[in-house]
Structure formats: C-alpha cells, structure tokens
Design a protein around this ligand. Structure first.
Ligand code: KG4
Ligand code: ZN
Length: 326
C-alpha cells in the first residue's frame, strides 16, 4: 500500500491505496474553505497553520495501515510553498519513523490521475486542466510522457471565477457560487472574447475579469445576468482554444480535470464538441474534481512501479513547475 498526502493549497487530505489493484482503502479530506471565505481567498499562513492541525488528525486514522505501507507519496509541487511544506514535513517524518521511501508527486499530474482512481490509465489522451491555479491543455501518454499544448498568460479559469465572485460580493470559492447565480440570469451582457484575434493556442482571463469589473461599476445590470454572461464568455474561450488544439492534434480521447471541471455548463459545451469532432470525453468523479490525496496516491503508484523515488535530502517544495512543450 501507498500512503499519500496532499496540502498544496487549502485542502488537507490523506489517502491509502493498494498498489496491485489501485483500490482506495482510505481517503479523507478536511477543507479550509469556511476559514478562508471571510478573506475572499486563500491566506497562505492561515492555510499552513490549519494543515498543521488537520493532517495529524487524519493521519491518526490511518495507523492500522502502517505495517503494510511500501512508500509515502506527497505533493511537492506546484502550490503554495508554506502549505506544501506541511505535507512534505509529514512525509519526511513518516519516512524516517517507518523506514519507507518517499515519492514526490506533481500536483498537476495528480489531477490527471484523478481520472484513473480505481481504474487503469487511459492513454493517449488530451487533458484540459482547469483549476484555481492553472488552465492548461496537456497531451498525456503516461506519467513520464506529458507535454503542454497551451497554458494561461495570466489568471486561471477558476481564479477568474473566484475574482469575479469577490467583485459581486459572493462567497469563496467563487466557481460554484457563480455557477449557481448564473442559472437565474441571462447571458445578455456583451463581454470580450479573450485572444480572439491571436493565432496561437493559449488562454487569458485577466481582460475578461476587468471587463466584468467595469460592468459591475456601471451599476446597470443584475448580478445574475453578470454571472451568466461572464460564465458563458469564460467557457466560450475554453472551447475556442480547445477546438484549435483538437483540430491540430486530432485526439480520440479528451478529458477535463481540476476543480472547475465540476462546472455543468463546461461539461455541456464539451459534450457538444465531442459529438462534433467525434472523440470520447472523460471526467473524474465529482468527488475527485477538487484537490484530494486519492489522485496523489494513484499517481504515486505509477511512480512506485517505475522505481521513481525521491532522495530524502533532495526533497524540496517548488511553487511552480514547467512541462515540456508539445
Ligand atoms: O483543483 P482545485 O480544487 O484547486 C486547485 O488546484 O486550484 O480547484 C479550485 C478552483 C477554484 O478556483 C474554484 O472556484 C474552481 O476550482 N471551481 C469552479 C467550480 N467548482 C470549483 N469553477 C467554476 N465552476 C465550478 N462549478
Ligand atoms: Zn488542484
């Protein structure tokens, strides 16, 4: 079995997974959303203190598995340095106490493996990752064969929902709040489609966010209509750029992962695209769209099977990581 730890942002989570059949034996997550909501976003120092309280509490419940563990997998990058550090310190302590190797897992690769919890890998597959920190299109062909087709020049998809929600006086995290409010509104406010005249495959959400700010300042429109119009334009940009990637690389399989893959309008629009371009569409189960340790355990198993352990002394946290360009 592998024990995994996730603390890259505001979720403290630990999982235990059987190596041979990828069965999830234990999974628990304590989210800090309520604590950060009053600040309208994640406060790194507060997040790190909350991880320091929550992780040992969850670990306590996994003691029965300790004798059967073969390795400790931990998210080491990318994320907030101070919160990643909490998970990595726990992994190092467990590694010494139980004499086990450590496997450092890239959180973004973890999101890809959220597709394969209790399942075998599907590859090759094009993956759209939409979370609070990232908006990327990746080509996945195994854990050591991932390349990047597109990324964002500025804000991420989820982040733009969080920021627009804050401007509208809604709660954090903003994604589900905007989605809920948008259902009561109409897409009738004209907003700019980002990078529509650029020939490249890339994302940008800061211009759209600023356009929403100006609309709010005009005080002419209902919040519901602003939410609906923003959400539709944000999704139109995702679809516009994904379509370019699909035309260029012609994937037979396509997946959407990350916290924002829970958005139902995103799923509806990509289902239309799947019909039009004749590819199979995949998502993680709803319970694994946001940050969790089950996906880290699943990616950890893949690295374990390839003997990709991380030397204790070289294990550091990295706020950013780069993928090879496709
Ligand atoms: O993957 P995740 O849990 O954490 C990161 O790795 O960033 O993603 C969280 C992000 C937040 O920005 C949140 O607002 C967004 O995902 N999100 C959504 C929805 N649910 C979560 N965005 C749009 N629509 C949603 N339903
Ligand atoms: Zn994430």
């Amino acid at each position: 079995m592998i024990l995994s730890i996730e603390s890259s942002c505001d979720d403290s989570s630990i999982a235990v997974m059987e190596i041979k059949n990828k069965k999830l034996l234990f999974h628990k997550k304590i989210s800090q959303e309520i604590e950060h909501a009053k600040y309208g976003g994640v406060v790194p120092e507060l997040a790190s203190r909350l991880h320091a309280e929550a992780l040992p509490k969850i670990l306590e419940e996994t003691k029965e598995f300790f004798p059967k563990l073969k390795a400790i997998a931990v998210t080491s990058a990318p994320g907030l340095s101070v919160t990643l550090q909490e998970g990595v310190m726990m992994a190092k302590s467990l590694s010494i106490a139980l004499n086990l190797p450590i496997i450092a897992v890239n959180h973004l690769i973890g999101h890809i493996y959220s597709l394969f919890i209790e399942k075998e890998e599907i590859k090759p597959i094009m993956v759209l990752l939409i979370s609070g920190g990232h908006t990327k299109i990746l080509n996945f062909n195994g854990i050591d064969n991932i390349c990047e087709i597109a990324t964002t020049l500025d804000d991420s998809f989820g982040e733009s929902f969080d920021k627009c929600a804050k401007m509208l006086g809604l709660n954090y995290p903003g994604g589900p709040e905007i989605e809920k409010l948008a259902k009561k509104g109409e897409n009738k406010i004209s907003l700019p489609l980002p990078l529509k005249n650029s020939p490249d495959i890339k994302f940008s959400y800061s211009g759209l966010k600023n356009a929403v700010r100006l609309v709010i300042e005009e005080k002419r429109y209902k919040k519901e209509d602003i939410a609906a119009s923003f959400q539709e334009k944000a999704i139109e940009h995702l679809v516009f750029m994904s379509k370019r990637a699909i035309k260029k690389y012609k994937p037979q399989k396509f997946a959407i992962v990350g916290g924002a893959s829970a958005n139902k309008r995103v799923r509806e629009e990509f289902e239309k695209l799947a019909k039009k371009f004749d590819f199979n569409l995949f998502y993680p189960d709803f319970k694994y769209t946001s940050d969790n340790a089950a996906m880290i355990a699943r990616a950890g198993i893949e690295l374990y099977e390839k003997n990709k352990f991380t030397d204790f002394k070289n294990l550091t946290v990295m706020p950013k990581v780069e993928f090879r360009k496709c």
